[in-house]
Design a binder for this molecule. Structure first.
Ligand SMILES: O=P(O)(O)OC[C@H]1O[C@H](OP(=O)(O)OP(=O)(O)O)[C@H](O)[C@@H]1O
Ligand code: HPA
Ligand SMILES: [Mg+2]
Length: 175
């Protein structure tokens, strides 16, 4: 059976929630600069949209880690494909992710970044699948809690496809 996509969170709902998160973050970081870290590739759409809604000064850096390859199951091994360009020393750092699933990627990343001397380190994710957690992760800002289904769109891929969908959908018809 060919794979199909069933809409889970509409484009309008995502936009509304991203605005709310931007407002909340702007309040929480009032009087400070926030250093956003985008976890590539999945986090890129969310970070760009979120950054536009934040009203305190923003700086950004990018990191690429990967554990899913082309399938729907985590390999359990997190690889850093591209490290940050800048130091985190003394910065108020906010990691921006598309999804926390097993928690393996973020628990690994937080462990590494905490050692780099940020003044604060928080985590913002568009989607959270708490049922699937294998490694505990403290999430400070969540867009939507979602059920245990493999989702795509708004940066999330299945075999590198569907990242460009403007909504969140569930992939159906795959193993
Ligand atoms: O909580 P976990 O089970 O670790 O899963 C979440 C991670 O998996 C996905 O990245 P992926 O490794 O597929 O890389 P990508 O962002 O380039 O698609 C997603 O973007 C998160 O980074
Ligand atoms: O549900 C998902 N979709 C796409 N990528 C992912 N990486 C972890 N979980 C997911
Ligand atoms: Mg992926």
């Amino acid at each position: 059976m060919a794979e199909t996509i069933r809409e889970l969170v509409s484009e309008e709902e995502v936009e509304k929630r991203v605005c709310e998160l931007g407002r909340q973050i702007s309040e929480d970081y009032a009087g400070r600069q926030v250093h956003l870290i985008c976890v590539l590739k999945g986090g890129v759409f969310f970070m760009c949209e979120l950054a536009k809604r934040i009203t305190v000064p923003v700086s950004m850096d990018f990191m690429s880690v990967s554990s899913y390859g082309d399938g729907t199951a985590s390999s359990g091994v997190v690889k850093i494909a591209k490290d940050l360009d800048e130091s985190l020393e003394g910065k108020d750092v906010l990691i921006v992710e598309d999804i926390i699933d097993s928690g393996r990627t973020l628990s690994y990343l937080i462990q590494i970044l905490e050692k780099r001397g940020p003044k604060s380190l928080k985590l913002c994710t568009l989607l959270d699948k708490p049922e699937r957690r294998v490694k505990p992760v403290t999430v400070d800002y969540v867009g939507f809690n979602i059920p245990d289904e493999f989702v795509v769109g708004y940066g999330l891929d299945y075999a590198q496809k569907y990242r460009n969908l403007p909504y969140i959908g569930v992939v159906e018809g795959v193993e």
